[in-house]
Design a protein around this ligand. Structure first.
Ligand SMILES: Cc1ncc(COP(=O)(O)O)c(C=O)c1O
Length: 386
């Protein structure tokens, strides 16, 4: 019997130790982690610099609250703003909370412009979190089921479809568009190259905020520090979490221009958000990404994985499509494949299944030997399908 609530269905394995891309279970068995705790442990498990940063900081100071200045929070905000061309940051503890902050900024932006019932456009098949506002923003009926009344008002439009947005330009209540640059949870949906540029043009000409949810795509996952940098644009609001802390819970909502000045004392806050331990850890994560030139590794190893999958699976009648950007990879199959999760585990490989797609989010530090194991194991799994 478990005293835990029943909202998760964990696989029958318990990990007790991790090192690089490897996890070790209670029996001492090793597994290759091609999921990184769902895009979180980007530098691998127990990276020595991160462990050292946590140990040192834990011995100095864990928490003071935001009633006082926090030096590491200031440094991390400066670093993130310089990397992203944004102006100011609010720190949270998770991706959903970072998005909550973004949604509140959009609402205030609307009210400052005399819009009493602000509306935010979000995409079908998006995922923005599990809090009431973020699940309402999420374009997935399964995530929303049972939680009515939802937070109003989000209007869902088709992703990667500029005309779907233009159809709403006469709605004077719209204050923002919130999008993932690449949809992660729905199976790595990569839009057309200039989609975000066109969305930004529409936002600019209608005084809508462009909110980019980079909770999954950010902090190097796609081969740029932030996925929108492939488009040479700067959003008005940018949210981060997952890879920012390498496992230490931290989220961030960054904003630029007017959007960055919207929160005033008392309008938003978090007890834990941006505490010294989380911020010191995230600073170390960013240092390692730069020092070890991990963005180059993401592009190199992402390209290696994808070109090998294309080559080895070119004759497979089971594969519908391979979608990828950097180390966000999905292989869509022509059939339901949830059972591959367990089969991969039996082969000591950790993957994810999203709908009919195998989804891979390996650590950014992955090397060619590890990539070869992923390629061979995944191809074997697909070959073994009926
Ligand atoms: C794009 C995106 N936004 C938000 C979230 C929610 O983040 P968290 O689970 O940290 O609240 C996720 C989580 O998968 C995500 O992929």
């Amino acid at each position: 019997m478990s005293y835990l609530m029943s909202n998760y269905t964990p696989l029958s394995v318990t990990f007790v130790k991790g090192e690089g891309c490897t996890l070790i279970d209670t029996q001492g068995e090793k597994y290759l982690d091609a999921l990184s705790g769902v895009g979180v442990v980007s530098l691998g498990h127990c990276h020595k610099d991160i462990t050292a940063a946590i140990q040192t900081q834990a011995g100095e100071l864990l928490h003071t609250s935001n009633w006082y200045h926090i030096a590491h929070q200031e440094s991390l905000a400066e670093k993130l703003c310089k990397l992203s061309n944004m102006d100011n940051v609010f720190f949270s503890n998770s991706g959903a909370e970072a998005n909550e902050a973004a949604i509140k900024i959009a609402r205030l932006h609307g009210h400052f412009n005399n819009i009493d019932n602000p509306v935010i456009l979000t995409a079908n098949q998006s995922f923005h979190g599990r809090t009431m506002a973020t699940l309402s923003a999420t374009g997935n009926a399964k995530v929303q089921a049972g939680f009515a009344p939802l937070v109003s008002e989000f209007i869902h439009i088709n992703f990667n479809d500029v005309d779907a947005i233009k159809a709403h330009i006469n709605n004077n209540n719209i204050v923002a568009i919130m999008l993932e640059p690449i949809q992660g949870e729905s199976g790595v949906i990569v839009p057309k190259n200039n989609y975000l540029n066109k969305v930004q043009e529409i936002c600019r000409s209608h005084n809508w905020l462009l909110i980019l949810d980079e909770v999954q795509t950010g902090v190097g996952r796609t081969g740029e520090m932030f996925a929108h940098q492939y488009n040479n644009i700067t959003p008005d609001v940018l949210t981060l979490a997952k890879g920012l802390g390498n496992g230490m819970p931290i989220g961030a909502c960054l904003a630029k221009g007017n959007a960055a000045k919207i929160f005033t004392p008392g309008t938003h806050g978090s007890t834990f958000g941006g505490n010294p331990l989380a911020c010191k850890t995230a600073l170390s994560v960013l240092e390692v990404i730069e020092k070890d030139k991990l963005l180059d590794n993401v592009t190199k190893m992402g390209g290696y994985l994808v070109s090998n999958f294309h080559e080895k699976l070119s004759n497979s009648n089971k594969v519908v499509e391979i979608r990828a950007k950097g180390l966000m990879i999905a292989i869509e199959l022509n059939q339901d494949c949830k059972h591959l999760l367990g089969e991969a585990l039996d082969k000591h490989l950790l993957i994810n299944i999203t709908g009919r797609s195998i989804r891979l989010l390996p650590p950014l530090i992955i090397n060619q030997t590890e990539a070869d194991i992923i390629i061979n194991t995944v191809c074997d799994l697909i070959e073994g399908l009926q």
